[in-house]
Design a protein around this ligand. Structure first.
Ligand code: SAH
Ligand code: SF4
Ligand code: F3S
Length: 371
């Protein structure tokens, strides 16, 4: 019996697909060369922008053909998209040949759902529960090992669906993280550890005995072995001096920070609920550059947030010009149902968003050329 996993979205999902693969291999499945040859296909989905969801609808729709050829084929859809009840319902209505629809929190029970389907039960829709700590992973990223340090997000940036589909911040206990990293290092196959969380800088605040992110970094670096350590993502409002200090002083930590700015305009930043200003953002950048001169810095930007004027968009351009990032990701704002920004007045047309994103990417290209 063979399996195939299709992954959309961020590193968090890539890593969760490693968990899915481990569950399936534990059940006796082995990796299929492609979806055509699989007995079970799992779609691990992303809800961050409409485009991501559209792709899933298209690709799941295409599986109907495979299901016709092999009626025993099991199709499961999980991840952030199916964590939203309405989207899950829509998926089930549109594609009755899908066997399992579950949210991110139910992945640890995947084996149970598959066995239920094999016994003839048709459908499960579940999007509650707790993520399990102790599951193994089938690590698939070469000599890099992902390590999840926390789940969820408390920030509620007004454009973002993540807090709704991933729940509130929940940190793993430091001892469990250290144990996992140690066992990864003991395997001897991995040279790189990448810590994952939506907002790693607020790691540990919710623990009964709080631990700071800086301490976690130091304690991981203290583990024996020849490895490099990196992490994502940092929120500018929470990037503290002690974290910058640890990055500077620990030779094992990569000199690299992904620090999404989202916009260079204060009115838009406020509407986004980002909790920092352009000035504050630039101050942090200057601090990083002063303390760690060789640090690579990358960023994310959203253009065409509701009511963004041409002038306000120009503030994003000037911020990018001023900082000269090592690279940036630029996204056209995509309204997500249930978020505050999707209800705001003055939504920007696709045409204007496209124009702005192109302009931003062009500037980025020009800056890259100039080095
Ligand atoms: N927790 C991380 C990652 C969030 S998702 C962070 O806070 O940076 C990755 C990127 O997707 C975000 O940085 C943002 O630029 C973009 N994004 C999130 N929601 C979006 C939306 N509704 N439309 C367009 N881009 C979005
Ligand atoms: Fe979304 Fe903001 Fe949380 Fe990042 S910090 S996941 S953008 S709500
Ligand atoms: Fe997408 Fe979920 Fe990650 S919405 S970006 S897969 S947290």
């Amino acid at each position: 019996m063979k399996y195939f996993v299709v992954t959309y979205g961020c590193q968090m999902n890539v890593h969760e697909s490693e968990k899915i693969a481990a569950i399936l291999e534990n059940m006796g499945y082995s990796l299929a060369p492609d979806r055509e040859n699989a007995d079970i296909i799992v779609f691990n989905t992303c809800a961050i922008r409409e485009g991501a969801e559209d792709r899933v609808f298209g690709n799941v729709g295409n599986l109907k053909r495979l299901k016709k050829k092999n009626k025993d084929l099991i199709i499961a859809v999980c991840g952030c998209m199916t964590q939203k009840e309405q989207t899950a319902q829509k998926l089930m209505q549109k594609f009755p040949f899908v066997d399992i629809v579950i949210g991110t929190f139910n992945i640890p029970k995947l084996q149970y759902y598959i066995e239920a389907v094999q016994k003839g039960r048709q459908f499960e829709l579940l999007n509650e529960g707790e993520l399990d700590e102790i599951l193994p992973y089938k690590r698939t990223s070469g000599d890099n090992a992902w390590v999840n340090i926390m789940q969820g997000c408390n920030n509620f940036c007004t454009y973002c669906i993540v807090p709704y589909v991933r729940g509130r911040e929940k940190s793993r206990k430091e001892e469990n993280i250290l144990k996992e990293v140690k066992s990864i290092l003991d395997e001897g196959k991995y040279k790189k550890i990448t810590l994952l969380g939506q907002n790693v800088n607020s790691y540990g605040k919710d623990l009964t005995a709080p631990v700071s992110f800086a301490k976690l970094l130091k304690d991981i670096c203290a583990l024996e072995g020849d490895f490099s350590l990196s992490f994502m993502t940092s929120h500018p409002k929470d990037l503290t001096d002690d974290v910058i200090e640890v990055i500077k002083s620990e030779p094992k930590i990569e000199k690299y920070i992904h620090l999404p700015a989202q916009s260079g305009n204060n009115r838009i930043l406020k509407l986004m609920n980002r909790k920092y200003t352009r000035e504050k953002y630039l101050e942090i950048i200057d601090k990083i550059r002063k303390k760690i001169p060789n640090c690579r810095i990358t960023s994310d930007f959203i253009v065409g947030f509701p009511s963004e004027t041409e002038e306000e968009f120009n503030d994003t351009l000037s911020l990018v010009e001023r900082v000269k990032f090592d690279s940036i990701f630029a996204f056209m704002y995509s309204p997500r149902e249930g978020t505050v920004a999707s209800q705001m007045q003055d939504q920007i047309s696709e045409q204007v968003k496209r124009k702005r994103v192109n302009k931003l990417l062009q500037l980025e290209k020009k800056l890259q050329k100039e080095g």
